[in-house]
Design a protein around this ligand. Structure first.
Ligand SMILES: Cc1cc2nc3c(=O)[nH]c(=O)nc-3n(C[C@H](O)[C@H](O)[C@H](O)COP(=O)(O)OP(=O)(O)OC[C@H]3O[C@@H](n4cnc5c(N)ncnc54)[C@H](O)[C@@H]3O)c2cc1C
Length: 300
C-alpha cells in the first residue's frame, strides 16, 4: 500500500485524505477506519490511479455519498475513491450532462430551475449521480432507468466508453453496474422534458413534506433496508411483527417507518447488521418471505 501511495502522490492524482473514520462519509454515521481516500482530479488521473492500484495489488472501491452502504467496524483493507471532482453540469436543450460525483438532490433542484421535468423523484435521495446509477435509485414509480440516455464509463480494462440505456439493464433497484461493480460511471446524459417551473417545484415541495412525515430523517440511516417483495411491503411485514422501536445496541427499527433501521445514538456497524439479520430471520420464520437487503454490506 505504501508504494502505491507514494506513486499516487508523485503522479499528482488529486487530494488524499488519511486515517478517516467512515462515520464521516456514510449516512448511517458508522464504519471503521479508511487509511486513504483519494479524490482524482479528472478521468485521466482516475485511469492512472487505477493502473497504480492494480500494479500494486491494492483493492479499491468507489464511495459516493455513502447513503446506501454499511461498512463494517473494521479497517477498510484498501483505498476508497471519491469522485467529488466529477461535478460538471451542462444543460443541452432538454438534456443534462452531469458528472458522477454530483449530488442527485442538487441536480433535481437545478433541473426544476431550468423548467425540466422528469427528475423530481430524486429530490429526496441523498446520493451522488454515480450511486444513483449503480443501484437505479428511484421513488414514486420512477427511477434512473426512465431518464438516463447513456452513461460514460471506465471499463475494467481502462477504456472509456459510452453505454446506452438499453445496455444498462435498469430494473427495480438494480442495473448493469450492480452486476459489474468493476465498471466506474464517469458521467451521464439525462433526457428530460420541458415543464412548468412552479408545478415542478410544488411537486418537489409536496414530496419533501411527505418524506419528512413518513421517514425518520431526524436520525442517521441509509434509507430502506429491504427491497419490497412482490405484491407486498417490507415495512408492513416488519411493523406487523411489532418490531417498530426494536433495538440492538444503538441500532433501532424506526418507530416512524419499519423498513428503516436508524442509528439512534452510538450504534456500531455490528449493531445495525445484527438488527438487519434478526429482522430478516423473523420475517422468514413468520411469513416464509426471504427479504432481500437493498443496502450493501462492505468489509464484513
Ligand atoms: C434518508 C434516505 C432516503 C433514501 N431514499 C431513497 C429512495 O427514495 N430511493 C432510493 O433508490 N434510494 C434511497 N436511498 C438510498 C441511497 O440514497 C441511494 O441508493 C443512492 O443512490 C446511493 O448513492 P450514493 O452516492 O450514496 O452511493 P454509495 O452508497 O456511496 O454507493 C453505493 C454503491 O454505488 C457504487 N458507486 C457509487 N458511485 C459510483 C460510480 N461513479 N461508479 C460506479 N459505482 C459507483 C459504490 O461503489 C457502491 O457499491 C435513501 C437513503 C437515505 C439515507
Amino acid at each position: 500500500m505504501n508504494n502505491a501511495i507514494e506513486e499516487i502522490e508523485k503522479n499528482d492524482i488529486g487530494k488524499i485524505e488519511k486515517d478517516v473514520f467512515l462515520s464521516k462519509y456514510t449516512t448511517y454515521r458508522v464504519g471503521g477506519l479508511a487509511k486513504y481516500i483519494v479524490y482524482p482530479k479528472n478521468a485521466e488521473k482516475l485511469v492512472t490511479l487505477i493502473k497504480i492500484l492494480k500494479k500494486n495489488n491494492v483493492m479499491f472501491k468507489i464511495l459516493g455519498n455513502g447513503s446506501n452502504l454499511l461498512f463494517s467496524d473494521k479497517q477498510f483493507p484498501g483505498i476508497l475513491i471519491k469522485l467529488n471532482e466529477f461535478n460538471d453540469v451542462e444543460f443541452i436543450g432538454n438534456k443534462v450532462l452531469v458528472g458522477a460525483g454530483y449530488p442527485i438532490i442538487k441536480l433535481s433542484l437545478l433541473c426544476a430551475k431550468h423548467s425540466l421535468t422528469g427528475l423530481e423523484f430524486a429530490s429526496g435521495i441523498p446520493g451522488t449521480v454515480g450511486g444513483a446509477l449503480f443501484m437505479n435509485a428511484g421513488a414514486y414509480n420512477s427511477d434512473m432507468g426512465y431518464v438516463v440516455q447513456n452513461v460514460k464509463v471506465l471499463t475494467p480494462d481502462l477504456r472509456i466508453i459510452t453505454l446506452e440505456n438499453k445496455e444498462l439493464d435498469f430494473h427495480y433497484r438494480t442495473s448493469f453496474f450492480k452486476k459489474h461493480p468493476d465498471y466506474i460511471c464517469l458521467e451521464t446524459l439525462i433526457r428530460l422534458e420541458k415543464g412548468n417551473k412552479s408545478a415542478i417545484e410544488d411537486l418537489i415541495k409536496e414530496r419533501r413534506k411527505r418524506r419528512v412525515i413518513s421517514q425518520p430523517l431526524e436520525y442517521p440511516s441509509a434509507g430502506s433496508v429491504f427491497r419490497n417483495p412482490p405484491d407486498n411491503y417490507a415495512g408492513k411485514l416488519i411493523e406487523d411483527l411489532g418490531f417498530k422501536g426494536l433495538r440492538k445496541g444503538g441500532a433501532m427499527v424506526s418507530e416512524k417507518h419499519a423498513n428503516f433501521i436508524v442509528n439512534a445514538g452510538g450504534a456500531s456497524s455490528k449493531d445495525i447488521k445484527d438488527l438487519i439479520d434478526y429482522v430478516h430471520d423473523k420475517v422468514l420464520e413468520k411469513y416464509n418471505i426471504d427479504l432481500k437487503v437493498e443496502q450493501e454490506f462492505v468489509n464484513f
